[in-house]
Design a protein around this ligand. Structure first.
Ligand code: SAM
Length: 220
């Protein structure tokens, strides 16, 4: 059964380029179903309004709780996905173990916001999780949602050429550490040489060298 990722956003067209790229394009329609929902299409307010001024004053606009509730009700009724995730710089920080955890779910809803962010009641009552893609502030949740969609989709069967996802940075194969360096032709460029071991044809030595490099880069 395909994993279903539903993204709620004010700018669904921003996702067009992502769906044309591998690995997402390779699994879209088979292992992955991606649906995009615009809060404006289901807002109960007039003229497509989705946000409002913050109580207590201050700059910026806040995404309204009634707007998000209406969007979730319209799409799911009473059958919400197991995890409804708000994308916010204040959430649990995304890392590879969290990506693996999310990739094992059958359905996820990803909620993005813009400007000042979410009415706190959205986080408290409508979401199960809050996730941040890093300790910095972006202008909207669209890029974070794309980061999550990309990271999850490349863990799905058929997304990557065989084996390439098993041995990469943060994988169990490399004990959660960083990947070793890669080189390709030419063997020498401006005097910069490829390490001789990689040209030796000795697979045992190459494997040992790669393990050492991976451990050194990972500070082990
Ligand atoms: C300008 S930010 C709001 C920042 C919020 N006022 C604060 O100080 O925590 C607007 C929206 O972008 C998204 N966003 C920004 N940075 C993010 C991050 N590091 N991770 C996930 N989402 C982020 C969230 O959806 C957020 O509500």
């Amino acid at each position: 059964m395909a994993v279903r990722l539903d993204v709620f956003t004010q700018i669904p067209h921003a996702f067009a380029w992502l769906t044309e790229q591998r690995p997402l394009a390779a699994v879209l329609g088979t292992e992955l179903e991606l649906r995009l929902f615009n809060y404006r299409d289901t807002t109960p307010l007039r003229a497509g309004q989705v946000d409002d001024e913050p109580y207590g004053g201050g700059a910026g606009m806040v995404l309204r709780v009634d707007v998000v509730a209406a969007a979730l009700d319209a799409v799911y009724g009473d059958e919400r996905p197991g995890r409804v995730i708000a994308l916010t710089p204040q959430g649990r920080q995304l890392d590879q173990p969290l990506v693996e955890e999310l990739a094992s779910e059958q359905a996820l809803a990803l909620l993005s916001s813009r400007f000042e962010g979410f009415d706190e009641r959205i986080l408290e009552h409508l979401c199960t999780d809050a996730i941040s893609i890093g300790p910095y502030v972006l202008s909207g949740g669209e890029l974070p949602a794309m980061v999550l969609v990309d990271a999850i989709s490349r863990r799905l069967p058929g997304a990557l050429t065989e084996g390439s996802g098993e041995r990469e940075s943060f994988s169990a194969e490399l004990e959660g550490g960083l990947e070793y360096p890669h080189y390709t032709r030419p063997p020498v460029f401006r005097g910069w040489e490829v390490p001789g071991v990689l040209l030796s044809g000795d697979h045992g030595r190459i494997e040992r060298w790669r393990r050492e490099q991976s451990r050194a880069r990972s500070g082990r």
